[in-house]
Design a protein around this ligand. Structure first.
Ligand code: ZN
Length: 272
């Protein structure tokens, strides 16, 4: 969840070059028209329909990514010289891969369009989306890192359920966003943040009291506890960005007085 500048090589050049190769010229007009639609509507899956390539045309377009993805400009989108602090799609610290914002299985014409290739972690690219590219109702879609400039600030947090011993929680948009953006962010985080994320929250929650106690002592006040959590939140943002998993977790803790109170109780209950 992060705004990124368009990668070098975005635009029609990639199509024009390919269409100079033998057997490709007949695809050019339709291919360029579909790319223009993508650029005009900023990759919005509610505004863009598949171009309708079928059979050998669809297979050839789909396969371009396999032959081009390992080297050259596409590899540089996947592995930029300066790595991102956290996954631009989901905020994890997972390995680097490349995600098709609109899946090439359904939109083979965007297989190597640089605007459609978003650096993302391996989890985003494989597990969580599972071919999903939009929700059931408008405007549910994923945040597009190249076009959603508003994604450059904090977007989400955890919302804890009432039973903190059972530790139920979900990812939600921040109430400071507009209604439209909240719909998009809710869809984005609730679709992309899956099992790996839930496991990471549990791993963070369990040892947190012991971890906090070393900083705040055995009987912290609410203000002392909040101050320590805010330091941690600011550290997480500085190291990994506004929307990394740690930042979403700590914003969620700070947003809920019952969670802060529970942490204080757990710190007090620690032996020794
Ligand atoms: Zn990711």
């Amino acid at each position: 969840m992060k705004y990124l500048p368009l990668p070098p090589g975005a635009g029609d050049g990639v199509i024009m070059r390919q269409c100079r190769k033998p057997g490709w010229a007949l695809r050019q007009a339709r291919w360029l028209a579909s790319a223009a639609t993508y650029q005009r509507f900023h990759g919005n899956p509610w505004r863009i329909l598949p171009a309708g390539f079928t059979g050998a045309d669809a297979d050839a377009l789909f396969g371009l990514y396999d032959s081009r993805g390992g080297s050259g400009p596409i590899a540089r989108i996947r592995r930029p010289a300066i790595p991102y602090q956290s996954c631009p799609m989901c905020g994890s610290l997972g390995g680097r891969s490349l995600d098709h914002a609109l899946p090439r299985s359904r939109f083979p014409e965007f297989s190597i369009l640089h605007e459609n290739l978003v650096p993302a972690c391996t989890m985003c690219n494989t597990d969580e989306k599972g071919g999903t590219y939009r929700g059931i109702r408008r405007p549910e879609r994923f945040i597009h890192p190249y076009y959603d400039r508003w994604a450059s600030r904090a977007l989400w947090r955890i919302e804890f359920g009432p039973d903190l011993d059972a530790l139920q929680f979900k990812a939600v948009s921040l109430p400071t966003l507009s209604r439209l953006r909240r719909h998009i962010v809710d869809f984005h985080v609730q679709t992309l943040l899956g099992k790996e994320w839930r496991d990471s929250v549990r791993r963070e929650w369990g040892p947190l009291p012991a971890n906090l106690r070393r900083r705040v002592g055995a009987a912290p006040s609410v203000d002392e506890m909040r101050a320590e959590l805010e330091i941690r939140l600011n550290d997480a943002i500085a190291c990994y960005g506004d929307n990394c998993w740690d930042a979403g977790f700590l914003r969620g803790v700070l947003a809920d007085p019952a969670v802060v109170a529970k942490l204080i109780l757990r710190v007090q209950a620690l032996p020794g």
